[in-house]
Design a protein around this ligand. Structure first.
Ligand code: HEC
Length: 110
């Protein structure tokens, strides 16, 4: 009886740490894309808008009309943007960070 109580306790503790670990990882992943977006993009794209060219927001309706549909499409634009947008080379935003920003955009602006 005592032993099964101990086993139950250990099992619960393991479950707790697995769940806490996974959600902490999710949260930090989310905040990386968001943090980078705030730093590099939000000046011109506040809340996913576009203060320079109002017809090219980050919302799916505009993006899709302009053929910007996937993470790769967004990363391509950071490397080689249209008129009015600054260029972000790999020295400024690494491939990993560019992916985090693209993920954030696709997930956030609806
Ligand atoms: C200096 C202002 C500025 C900054 C900073 C900026 N953008 Fe842009 N962005 C623009 C402009 C202007 C356009 C429209 C360009 C065009 O006419 O093709 C645009 C277009 C886009 C589009 C295409 C939207 C559509 O509907 O076609 C994406 C995606 C995008 N930007 C992502 C980003 C990301 C990601 C960042 C940060 C890493 C960023 N932008 C930073 C000005 C900016």
């Amino acid at each position: 009886m005592k032993r099964s109580a101990l086993l139950f306790f250990v099992f619960s503790a393991v479950c707790f740490f697995v769940v806490a670990g996974v959600s902490a990882k999710e949260a930090s992943k989310q905040s990386l894309g968001e943090k980078l977006f705030m730093k590099h993009c939000s000046k011109c794209h506040p809340d996913g808008g576009n203060v320079v060219t109002v017809t090219k927001t980050l919302n799916p309706k505009d993006r899709e009309a302009n053929n910007v549909k996937t993470e790769e499409d967004i990363i391509k634009l950071m490397r080689n943007p249209g008129p009015g947008m600054v260029k972000f080379g790999k020295n400024v935003i690494s491939e990993k960070n560019a992916k985090a920003i693209a993920e954030y955009i696709l997930k956030t602006f609806k």
